[in-house]
Design a protein around this ligand. Structure first.
Ligand code: FES
Length: 87
């Protein structure tokens, strides 16, 4: 059985499999996306809790000066557990 992680965006919970990209969930709830490839910065999200449950920042994110609590919705992955997000 797939293990599920939980993303809480503005207090609404969404379950996605451990290790999944967060992009589709973020986009479905209305977080604005543009390039989908880590270049424009439109999809920036703020991590309120559970930053340690995300993958390490990738090059696109560090190039746009993101940090552990500011990530690109189109680039980051949830590894496991719960991550609380706003935008
Ligand atoms: S949509 Fe452009 S950086 Fe994520």
């Amino acid at each position: 059985m797939l293990k599920m992680a939980k993303i809480i965006i503005d207090n609404v919970e969404y379950e996605i499999p451990d290790g999944s990209q967060m992009a589709a969930t973020c986009e479905n709830v209305g977080i604005p996306f543009s390039c989908n490839s880590g270049v424009c910065g439109t999809c920036q999200i703020e991590i309120l809790e559970g930053a340690e449950n995300l993958n390490e920042l990738n090059k696109e994110e560090t190039d746009l000066a993101m940090d552990r609590n500011h990530r690109l919705g189109c680039q980051c992955k949830i590894l496991c557990g719960v991550v609380k997000v706003t935008y």
